[in-house]
Design a protein around this ligand. Structure first.
Ligand SMILES: Nc1ncnc2c1ncn2[C@@H]1O[C@H](COP(=O)(O)OP(=O)(O)O)[C@@H](O)[C@H]1O
Ligand SMILES: [Mg+2]
Length: 249
């Protein structure tokens, strides 16, 4: 569905992604793991066509993204950056409505409104619908941002550290919902997570990045103590229980 071929990307002279090759399938969650500065955010930005590669090609449904206009991309890909500025006085309803923008040509239809209300409901935000987004807790605010991305009805969802700063209950609630919506809607979800154990619990595949390269890619079998040590430069122990893994630091 999304294929990355010999992709190299830089800021100015400095190359930060080097020779990436990977293929992503619809209906699965891919966690991007790796230390700060390893190029995770840059990778999402180049997929969303915010950055141009120095080399290589990204194919979306078999076509190079070079041939997609920005508005075509925004109909297919929803991207939630690591840092986000959003109008402080916007209501929750309006913020989620912004997700429909790529699909609206003249004015919103009742179908757009239906999707927005349904999404707000799924995220448990109905009681906040008319509240200003600057009057929400961190967890509620993050739910609004993710709801907005889902309201876009994307085929590809890119989430950059969406559950940072949230308490465990909110982290798990949001990741469960992301997983359910990914499966129900057959979306490709690529998510940057810092917590390896959360990644293990909620994703199907793992992309481990180091120094701008994909160090390892695969299912749960790629998560072992040697790989974690190599990528993060920390010693860990991995416990296996009922086919699940737990990384102990
Ligand atoms: N806008 C930018 N201009 C120049 N260098 C950048 C920019 N954004 C990121 N970088 C550099 O690119 C490298 C990868 O950054 P990033 O993709 O943000 O890593 P990660 O998300 O894994 O922490 C880092 O060395 C970072 O300093
Ligand atoms: Mg980042």
């Amino acid at each position: 569905m999304l294929k990355v071929e010999s992709l190299s990307v830089g800021y100015g002279e400095r190359e930060v992604l080097k020779e990436l090759n990977i293929e992503f399938k619809k209906g699965f969650i891919y966690s991007i793991l790796g230390p700060n500065g390893s190029g995770k955010s840059t990778f999402l930005r180049v997929i969303d066509k915010i950055l141009k590669p120095n080399n290589g090609t990204i194919y979306l449904n078999g076509k190079s993204i070079k041939s997609f206009s920005a508005s075509q991309i925004s109909k297919i890909i929803a991207y939630l950056p690591q840092r986000i500025d959003i109008l402080p006085f916007c209501k929750v309803l309006d913020a989620v409505f912004l997700g429909r923008k790529p699909h609206i040509s003249f004015e919103p239809t009742s179908f757009d409104l239906e999707i927005v209300l349904e999404t707000i409901n799924k995220f448990g935000l109905s009681k906040f619908a008319f509240r200003n987004i600057n009057e929400l807790s961190g967890g509620e605010f993050q739910k609004v941002l993710i709801a907005r991305a889902f309201a876009q009805k994307p085929e590809v969802l890119l989430l950059d550290e969406p559950v940072n700063h949230l308490d465990p209950k909110n982290q798990i609630e949001i990741l469960k919902l992301i997983r359910k919506l990914t499966k129900d809607n057959n979306i490709l979800t690529i998510i940057v997570l810092h917590d390896i154990n959360l990644a293990i619990q909620f994703s199907d595949y793992f992309v481990l990045m180091k120094n701008g390269r994909i160090f390892k890619f695969g299912d749960l079998t790629v998560i072992d103590s040697d790989t974690i040590k190599e990528v993060y430069e920390i010693d860990v122990e991995i416990l296996e229980y009922n086919g699940r893994k737990l990384v102990l630091f």
